[in-house]
Write a protein that binds this ligand. Structure first.
Ligand SMILES: *[C@@H]1O[C@H](CO)[C@@H](O)[C@H](O)[C@H]1NC(C)=O
Ligand SMILES: *[C@@H]1O[C@H](CO)[C@@H](O)[C@H](O)[C@H]1NC(C)=O
Ligand SMILES: *[C@@H]1O[C@H](CO)[C@@H](O)[C@H](O)[C@H]1NC(C)=O
Length: 358
């Protein structure tokens, strides 16, 4: 709700800036807001002042990156706002009725309605401009207030400070590591493999999942689709870096994939992806890789050791493999790209849910 009204104000100033007619609901908003605060009274005084602060912040943000794209988004939010105002008015009416009954001492027909800001669907209070967790803190438990954003990309798009590091986002069951420093920023780390030891089709989905790290084995692949589900356009982006112990943006690239592709696919059939940036000089010249999105190999055949791979399913080759099974532990090659690097080294696998500014 607070976000909505902030967005509305933002829309109003954008509309003025663009000299376009304001939607009629926007014109009604001041009276709706006044009505709401009158009804809610002191119960939500804090909320109202937070809303005003958010509105001011939104106005500043607006001035900074006003544009057609923002305008379209805000228009969509406007529709939601109308619905939420109606909902809240309904809740208020019910709350006042319940209050009247309570004061009569022997009402007791229905439990009183919880005030709107405490209703579960409103969600707990969240941090609009979160800082990453300090390096020496334990990320295992969510902090008192999560980030309002749902992903690294949303955090980037909200402006404010952007520090690489670990965040707890709304709607995400695990902490995630964000990269704002490369390829447009807004990247979420899904997987880090330091060595090939300890991986199988289960651990590749989630391993040390509450300890995101660039320097330790880690996977939250099974939560990749939570962020993918935030995709607004037709495609999302993923990024693979190999030999990451030697530096970033090496021996991999950035791909775009259709929005329905899954990070936990087990078919190997998700091949309609496009390589849009190549890190270092490698090619798909081997027989093994189908060049598609990495898939989890759960087949009990000879090729059991590719665990997360772009290998053609049921092929006898294994090039294009990012993560191998423990049974492959003593095999010197971690067969990533056939000529160079034959061994993947440390692999970092990232995603972001849209393809702008890559
Ligand atoms: C990650 O893999 C390395 C190499 O096998 C191993 O030494 C290390 O203990 C692993 N880390 C975790 C957290 O499992
Ligand atoms: C993503 O969205 C689809 C369609 O709404 C839903 O079925 C699926 O459970 C969601 N996946 C996750 C991981 O949230
Ligand atoms: C592709 O596979 C064929 C048959 O196994 C083999 O002869 C050939 O050398 C392979 N090519 C490459 C580039 O690996």
């Amino acid at each position: 709700m607070l976000l909505r009204s902030a967005a509305l104000l933002c829309l109003a100033s954008l509309a003025a800036a663009h000299s376009i007619p304001q939607p009629s609901a926007a014109a009604q908003q001041p009276s709706a807001a006044a009505q709401l605060s009158q009804l809610l009274g002191p119960v939500v005084e804090g909320a109202v002042s937070r809303a005003l602060a958010a509105e001011r912040a939104a106005q500043q943000q607006c001035a900074a990156d006003a544009g057609q794209r923002a305008l379209v988004r805000l228009e969509e939010r406007l529709d939601q706002l109308g619905r939420e105002v109606a909902e809240m008015q309904g809740a208020l009416a019910a709350g006042r009725a319940a209050g009247t009954e309570r004061s009569g001492e022997d009402g007791g027909q229905q439990p009183p309605e919880t005030p709107p800001e405490e209703r579960p669907e409103s969600g707990p209070a969240c941090e609009r401009q979160p800082l990453p967790l300090p390096a020496d803190s334990s990320p295992h438990e969510p902090p008192e207030r999560r980030a309002c954003a749902r992903s690294c990309l949303q955090l980037r798009d909200q402006g404010g400070p952007q520090h690489d590091g670990v965040y707890w986002f709304t709607g995400m069951p695990v902490p995630v590591l964000c990269d704002f420093s490369h390829d447009g920023g807004g990247w979420t780390l899904l997987l880090t493999t330091i060595s090939q030891h300890g991986w199988d089709p289960f651990s590749v989905r989630a391993r040390n999942k509450n300890s995101p790290s660039l320097t330790e084995n880690h996977s939250i692949l099974e939560y990749g689709d939570v962020i993918r589900n935030l995709t607004e356009g037709g495609r999302f982006a993923y990024r693979i870096e190999a030999k990451a112990e030697q530096g970033r943006q090496r021996w991999g690239g950035i791909w775009f994939a259709p929005r329905h592709y899954s990070f936990v696919d087990e078919t190997g059939a998700q091949t309609d992806v496009s390589l849009v940036r190549r890190f270092d000089d490698w090619d798909y010249k081997d027989n093994g890789s189908n060049g598609g999105m990495p898939w989890i190999n759960t087949r009990g055949n000879h090729a059991m050791f590719p665990v997360l791979t772009t290998t053609t399913p049921d092929s006898k080759d294994w090039w294009g493999t990012l993560v191998t099974h423990v049974s492959h532990e003593n095999e010197p090659r971690r067969p990533w790209i056939s000529t160079n690097p034959r061994s993947s080294g440390t692999v970092l696998y990232w995603m972001k849910e849209n393809i702008n500014n890559v």
